[in-house]
Unconditional design. Structure first.
Length: 275
């Protein structure tokens, strides 16, 4: 992205959306946070790194339209610019995923710089990147695909469902982030934890939210994503919920989350300049 004041290219800020548990609202958060950020006049790219390809489906990208995809980017057969597809949301593009990505974990094992494949692709693209933010939707595991995302990212955003086992396994994710920081990506940090599937009618949701805030403190966003049927319906129409029904509680929550994420990003940038 070109800085209008200095005429220098500013590298996009890269956020990996990670949780090794499935069903926590990870892809839903990636799709709708990206859409809300685009609605805030940011140029956004989503890299779908999950072999299920649900983020791609959530933007209405047909399976037959995924010839150049994140798999091709990882193995060096395509650049990010060649793989990126415009979505119906202005200012938002997606690098889709296909089922080919399911074999990438095995193929990457024998490749040089296997943990850096995505980072190298992003760095090559950075000089001409039109994006303010790149969001990486990771698979529900801590394998080589997620490791590539963590090495490429500036920060991690963790969706955490308001369910009984919410904190189970989270310490493993925190340890993984710490190991990646020490060995491969010294600048990596946890940008925030977002509570998903919050049900105000359920006392358990409040208890889990309190436990998570006690554990993580200010790292947890104030915004909580409620359980909302419109959020669940939207992917079947190939639309983010903000496009499908902007007035529903889920849409309002993701818009609020985007504002909070961007405010935190602005604060981090200001602190970095001051330092």
């Amino acid at each position: 992205m070109l800085d209008g004041q200095t005429n220098q290219v500013v590298a996009p800020r890269i956020l990996a959306i990670v949780n090794q548990k499935g069903g926590v609202g990870k892809t839903t958060t990636a799709v709708n946070l990206a859409t809300a950020m685009a609605a805030c006049k940011k140029k956004v790219l989503v890299i779908d790194l999950d072999p299920q390809g649900n983020a791609s489906t959530g933007f209405g990208v047909p399976r037959k339209g995924r010839d150049a995809d994140s798999y091709a980017v990882l193995i060096g057969e395509a650049t990010i610019a060649e793989a990126a597809i415009e979505t119906p949301v202005p200012g938002l593009e997606v690098v889709p995923a296909s089922t080919d990505l399911s074999g990438a974990e095995i193929e990457l094992v024998d490749m040089d710089h296997r943990e850096f494949r995505l980072r190298e692709a992003v760095v090559r693209h950075a000089a001409t990147s039109p994006y303010d933010y790149i969001l990486i939707d990771c698979p529900p595991s801590l394998g080589l695909l997620t490791l590539n995302a963590l090495v490429a990212a500036d920060a991690v955003l963790v969706p955490l469902q308001c369910e009984f086992y919410a904190l189970e396994g989270l310490s493993q994710l925190v340890r993984t982030v710490e190991r990646v920081r020490k060995a491969l990506n010294p600048g990596l940090e946890i940008q925030g934890v977002v509570l998903t599937m919050y049900d105000r009618r359920n006392n358990l949701s409040d208890q889990v939210a309190a436990d998570v805030r006690e554990y993580f403190g200010d790292v947890v966003y104030r915004t909580m994503i409620p359980r909302n049927v419109r959020v669940s319906e939207a992917p079947s129409y190939g639309k983010p919920v903000i496009v499908y029904d902007m007035a529903c509680s889920g849409s309002r929550a993701y818009i609020s989350l985007a504002r909070e994420v961007l405010a935190r990003e602005s604060s981090l940038a200001a602190n970095a300049v001051a330092a």
